[in-house]
Ligand binder design. Sequence first.
Ligand SMILES: [Zn+2]
Length: 138
Amino acid sequence: MESKPSLLGSILHMRCPYCRKGRFYVSHPYDLKRAGDNLEECPVCHRAYSVEYGFYMGAMYVSYALSVAVGLGAYLLTRWLFPSVTMGWQIVIVGGVTLAVAPLMYAYSKIIYGYIFLPYKGPSDPGYRPVRRADAWK
Ligand SMILES: [Zn+2]
């Protein structure tokens, strides 16, 4: 029997919340044309990533918290490394760092939100038959 992949490692590697093995996103977060586009279902366990329309709207609260944490971290690091830097440069540095990691924070906010509401179920359920979206509306 396989061991359960770690929560933190699975989040950092942007894996499926259900099985922690399949990819979650279509592409890399810095592929800006497809940033934040997640797959419809896990390529490993075939469970749907979105349980209802607009499911990931709540991820904006996670994104806000991550952005505040990154901005505060950049500010404190700047104050510690360069204590004599002016307020104008602090704003430029904190704004630049926050802007540079924004695609990554957006991707992680959706993943973290998914991990909050989509429970770990293992690689597969015996007898599980995936329901495709197109089939669900018939
Ligand atoms: Zn999966």
